[in-house]
Design a protein around this ligand. Structure first.
Ligand code: F6R
Length: 611
């Protein structure tokens, strides 16, 4: 949430920063701003996307070889030019960009007002800028020290970058709860919320941890805690490539990411799904696999789409491994005084690895003695680093705000974990394992078939582009897919949509059905088929418009549906990996037809780093 880029080196800082902000725009895009040093502090801000800021810069370029930039997802203060970052204080000698929330900003603001400070914006960030200035000027404190002391007075979360006109060869960065890394390339250095803005310049990074700050110059950097303890940090090499974060000819990142799924699912299974040896090898959890197998309960915590993957995982673990699973909203977990102890394993799932609520759930469970494992996509992310063990999804960078390929990769990891534990526990025998592994191995090919045969999806999306509501129904493994289909549609097309377990429909939602209501039924030929057919009849009897996701041989469902999207057959457990694909495409095409900004839907951000 909010993207930060900083640069110091030989290049024109504003060029590097604007380019970087564009790559970070998925983290927030309601306003953007930049500050550079060129003898004095120069600042430009614009409401709207980074392109608006870029346009603003063409009229008056910002020179200088050091600077910071920000793309915002508003928490305090409406999105406008004034509230956009960077922020300054009374004397406008330095500028600050911030990701996170200063929770005690109100108290600090009142104290500063009593000392004569007046504020130009409604943001919490400006309060931090004034606090730094107050300490720096009234206590004639070294600037770097003033930043450090101010951060010690702050409650809440921050990832910050700071430039000061009297210190033209220095950038300061600090973090608590909001991700930040330093990129190193000989005589130039970068600050960034994640690796995407810097990957074209360097693959060498240092990750800041909580309550750490960095003093960065052209040719050197030092890292210390905000309590002033010097640290030696390891330099990591990124495996990401520039190609992975570009659109590669697709109109939107979301479409590219949908189409990448045959590859990302295969990548996720590579070296792990050992077809010939009839076993699963998940190196990242090897050390804790006994613990998972014997744990009292497996609790899975996640948010949004990752939470939907967790629900699919629950069905898989209970069926394949006979393992007790509880799925929790990460955002609620710590408020329920959770009954978790050392006999439990908490599995957190997060594409970004930075979701604040998921991180808080992880820390809560750890505090209570549970073993904490993770499924993350972003390598080196905070959640990946704080879990005891984990499995990366290897889906590559997901830039579209609506999650697609991360979901299928998460489900694949959950399937592999459930199979591995099931085999260990003896709830699956060798023969069943062979059959299940074969099915899983065939998934990429089947996803490819769906993607190569989706003209009817485009067509039906046209028909339903202006429907005001949608209902999604599924049972068993495909109940979470119904939730996911509804979420995809509402977040990118702004159409109201609800997902339900199909049988729940008659307990209320059926009242909504009339001839105007599209009802998407996920009815793969599985053990729930007969019951799904009855639900479809119920919808038809009320003139609902049925769009089914089903198999070609599913005669009853095909006959009863106004539109059928057929998918290849697979084992019941793995059907979410196929049924979700048409739902992603329906949401995508409807959003495009409605001329919505598919990759950057309103009010959303990719990485939700505030609670
Ligand atoms: C929906 C979506 C969000 C995320 C959620 C969790 O398309 O992207 O619902 O799934 O914010 O994010 P991660 O997985 O990064 O923890």
């Amino acid at each position: 949430m909010c993207g930060i880029v900083g640069y110091i080196g030989d290049q024109k800082a504003s060029d590097v920063i604007i380019k970087g902000l564009k790559r970070l725009e998925y983290r927030g895009y309601d306003s953007a701003g930049i500050a550079t040093l060129n003898g004095k502090l120069l600042i430009k801000k614009s409401v709207g996307k980074v392109a608006a800021l870029e346009e603003n810069l063409t009229n008056s370029a910002l020179d200088g070889n050091a600077g910071i930039g920000h793309t915002r997802w508003a928490t305090h203060g409406e999105p406008n030019d004034v509230n956009a970052h960077p922020h300054t204080a009374q004397h406008k000698k330095f500028a600050l960009v911030h990701n996170g929330i200063i929770e005690n900003y109100d108290v600090l603001k009142k104290q500063l007002e009593q000392k004569g400070h007046s504020f130009a914006t409604q943001t919490d960030t400006e309060v931090l800028a004034h606090l730094i200035e107050e300490i720096h000027e009234s206590e004639t404190m070294d600037f770097e020290k003033a930043v450090q002391l101010a951060l010690n007075q702050v409650q809440g979360t921050f990832g910050i970058a700071v430039v000061h006109q009297d210190y033209p060869d220095m950038l300061i960065a600090a973090r608590r709860g909001s991700p930040l890394l330093i990129g190193i390339n000989g005589s130039e250095h970068f600050i960034a919320s994640d690796a995407s803005p810097i990957i074209e310049f360097t693959n060498k990074v240092v990750y800041l941890d909580d309550d750490e700050m960095a003093i960065i110059r052209n040719d050197s950097y030092e890292v210390k805690t905000i309590k002033d303890v010097p640290l030696t940090k390891s330099v990591h090499e990124l495996a990401m490539s520039l190609e992975q974060i570009e659109k590669g000819g697709y109109e939107h990142f979301m479409l590219k990411e949908i189409y990448e799924q045959p590859q990302t699912i295969a990548d996720c299974m590579r070296g792990r799904l050992m077809v010939d040896e009839n076993r699963i090898q998940l190196g990242g959890i090897e050390a804790v696999v006994d613990k998972i197998t014997n744990a009292n309960r497996l609790i899975i915590a996640a948010c949004g789409t990752s939470w939907h993957a967790a629900l699919v995982g629950e069905y898989m673990f209970e069926y394949l491994a006979k393992k007790r699973v509880e799925v929790e909203y990460a955002s609620e977990f710590r408020y329920q005084d959770p009954l978790v102890d050392e006999n439990d394993v908490l599995l957190v799932i997060s594409q970004s690895g930075e979701t604040a609520d998921t991180l808080a759930a992880l820390r809560e469970a750890k505090k209570r003695g549970a073993t904490v494992i993770g499924i993350c996509n972003v390598v080196g992310s905070t959640i990946a680093r704080e879990t005891d063990a984990g499995v990366y999804t290897h889906a590559g960078p997901e830039i579209g705000v609506a999650s697609t390929k991360a979901f299928t990769a998460q489900v694949v990891v959950l399937a592999m974990m459930a199979l591995q534990i099931g085999l260990r526990k003896g709830t699956i025998d060798e023969e069943q394992m062979r059959e299940l592994i074969r099915h899983l191995d065939e998934v990429p090919e089947k996803v490819d078939q769906i993607l190569n045969n989706q003209d009817n999806i485009k067509e039906l999306s046209k028909l339903f582009t202006y429907a005001p509501n949608f209902l999604y129904l599924g049972r068993s493994y495909n109940f979470p897919v119904a939730l996911e289909g509804a979420l995809k549609l509402k977040e990118i097309s702004y159409i109201h949509a609800e997902g339900y377990p199909a049988a729940e429909m008659k307990h209320g939602p059926i009242a909504l059905i009339d001839q105007h209501m599209p009802v998407v039924v996920i009815a793969a030929t599985d053990h729930t088929n007969e019951k799904m057919v009855s639900n479809i009849e119920e919808v038809r009897a009320r003139k609902g418009r049925i769009i089914s996701i089903t198999n070609s041989n599913n005669g009853d469902v095909n006959r009863l549906s106004e539109f059928s999207i057929t998918i290849p057959h697979t084992h019941d457990c793995f059907s979410p990996l196929l049924t979700v694909i048409p739902l992603q495409l329906i949401a995508y095409y409807i959003a495009v037809n409605r001329q919505c900004d598919v990759d950057k839907p309103r009010n959303l951000a990719k990485s939700v780093t505030v609670e």
